[in-house]
Design a binder for this molecule. Structure first.
Ligand SMILES: Cc1cc2nc3c(=O)[nH]c(=O)nc-3n(C[C@H](O)[C@H](O)[C@H](O)COP(=O)(O)O)c2cc1C
Length: 169
């Protein structure tokens, strides 16, 4: 897939087949996250790969949608703000770094025929408990990782006119 096909093909997958994810494909999506740019190259993130089988009850406490536990794997991306780059005005860029790494992972997964769905509306306390996260490691997003069972719907997006302002063009 070329890049413009890839960004059109990615969608939030909310139905998964139970088929396993090949080790090599898992490695490739994790590697794509590892190679993501981060502010000052601080890499203030951690990835946790969760095998769903047998852990459904605690995972449902994290995010109770049935499709969350349909794929064989779930990935959680965490930020470590103490390791993040901080601008002169005090703004910590950890969340930005985490988002870029997650987007690399998501696009790499799409390229390999795998589905993902960003999940931010999870219960952070349940996530901390289930994953044994120490203080200072903040869960930012989850995604299932597996083969899609459905098809994408039409994309609802604002127009470029609504999103872009050309300054002194
Ligand atoms: C930061 C972020 C958080 C999101 N959180 C959730 C979520 O908690 N649950 C969910 O079902 N989708 C979630 N989504 C998916 C969005 O709803 C989805 O990306 C958007 O509606 C556009 O649809 P598309 O991804 O299929 O193009 C999230 C997306 C982003 C980028």
């Amino acid at each position: 897939m070329d890049f413009s096909e890839l960004v059109k093909a990615r969608y939030s997958v909310r139905a998964y087949r139970p088929d396993p994810v090949e080790e090599e494909k898992l490695h490739q999506v994790l590697e794509a996250a590892r190679l993501a740019p981060t502010a000052a190259n601080r890499q203030p993130f951690q990835l946790i790969v969760i095998q769903v089988a047998g852990r459904e009850p605690e995972l449902r406490c994290i995010y109770p949608r049935p499709w969350f536990t349909q794929a064989p794997l779930i990935v959680c991306i965490c930020g470590v703000p103490a390791n993040g780059w901080v601008r002169v005005d005090g703004k910590n860029y950890t969340d930005v770094d985490v988002a870029i790494a997650m987007d690399h992972l998501v696009l790499a997964a799409t390229d390999l025929g795998l589905g993902t769905c960003w999940i931010a509306a999870f219960d952070p306390a349940a996530a901390r408990q289930a994953l044994g996260l120490p203080k200072g490691v903040e869960p930012i997003a989850f995604t299932p990782l597996g083969y899609p069972a459905g098809r994408p719907g039409p994309k609802q997006r604002k127009t470029l006119d609504e999103l872009v302002r050309y300054e002194r063009w």
